[in-house]
Design a protein around this ligand. Structure first.
Ligand code: AMP
Length: 307
């Protein structure tokens, strides 16, 4: 029984107010696997890369307990390439280049050994690919979570709605929730999105934290006020990886446990932004994670007496 992560593995070029890198490892599944592997192993990775993707990056994930049998390597193809530039507030970014390369032909065929998947994370990908993965599973996982982005709302809304109708939990940022629902109020947006199918909804608000909705219940996790935010790329995927890693390791899909999951996800995301690419995640210790989770607890801990 295990966690399966489906998503991109990529090369990124990034520009932030604090620096620039022309080529660094990225991709939604890369960030998610580094984050989740702190809590649960093995992880079954499903992705596609070109022959240009460094073997040592694959080996590093294998050493972390990530089973790479589901990662297709197209020897004469090029890996997905994405380039983005952040503005001074770091909450907004411009996509400069998206070269799908091998990701454009991604049609994952799940290995038999991946059929035991108990928890499934569908990272940001074409909705048709997300649907195909769910349809290939003979037994429905305990929990299916899905990430997406505005790009798919613009070019594949019908398929996206079909995919959303098949999952238990959807993760989007606040502007995507508004775009998807046509509602400005996030409470109204959450009700409309839950009516599309998912029983749980997480709305990410960047440096302003994240909200978890379930029916009429709502929980808020802050983001830690950080002294240094170097590169926010991958923070959303890292959040998702930390969340599902926690839920998979505890095997508890209750709303109460998901509250803990979004604190774990927020803690992991707070590390991700400290260095370019997934570099900070690679060197992280469990001790550091525990200390940071305690900082989150302290951040919202107070006594009140209003008599
Ligand atoms: P995040 O900052 O969490 O939104 O994730 C950024 C990562 O997503 C980068 O490493 C990119 O390589 C990857 N990415 C960006 N656009 C796409 C896309 N259209 N499909 C799949 N992955 C993408």
């Amino acid at each position: 029984m295990s966690l399966m992560i489906v998503g991109s593995m990529a090369f990124d070029a990034l520009e932030t107010p604090f620096g620039k890198v022309d080529c660094i490892i990225g991709g939604s599944a890369t960030y998610a696997a580094w984050a989740a592997s702190n809590f649960t192993q093995p992880i079954k990775q499903v992705s596609i890369v070109g022959g240009d993707f460094p073997q040592e990056e694959m080996d590093a994930l294998t050493a972390r307990g990530v089973d790479m049998e589901g990662v297709e390597v197209v020897k004469d193809g090029k890996s997905f390439f994405w380039s983005g530039r952040y503005h001074m507030d770091m909450n907004t970014r411009d996509t400069l280049v998206t070269e799908l390369n091998v990701l454009g032909q991604f049609n994952p065929q799940l290995p038999d050994s991946f059929q035991d998947c108990e928890f499934l994370m569908l990272g940001n990908l074409a909705p048709a690919v997300q649907i195909s993965v769910i349809n290939q599973l003979k037994n429905r996982p305990k929990l299916i979570i899905m990430d997406t982005m505005n790009f798919w709302m613009e070019i594949a809304l019908d398929e996206l709605k079909q995919a959303i109708g098949m999952v238990d939990l959807l993760m989007v940022n606040d502007s995507e929730a508004r775009q998807l629902s046509g509602e400005y109020s996030l409470v109204k947006a959450a009700a409309k999105i839950q009516a599309m199918g998912p029983k749980f909804l997480i709305i990410k608000k960047g440096e302003h934290g994240a909200l978890l909705f379930h029916g009429k219940q709502v929980f808020f996790a802050p983001a830690l006020p950080l002294e240094e935010v170097f590169d926010p790329t991958g923070a959303g995927d890292t959040f998702a990886g930390g969340f599902i890693g926690h839920v998979a390791s505890t095997k508890d899909i209750s709303y109460e446990n998901m509250k803990a999951g979004i604190i774990v996800g927020s803690a992991l995301a707070s590390f991700c932004v400290e260095k370019f690419g997934p570099n900070r995640l690679k060197e992280l210790t469990m001790q550091e994670i525990e200390t940071r989770i305690n900082e989150f607890v302290d951040l919202v801990d107070f006594d009140i007496n209003i008599k």
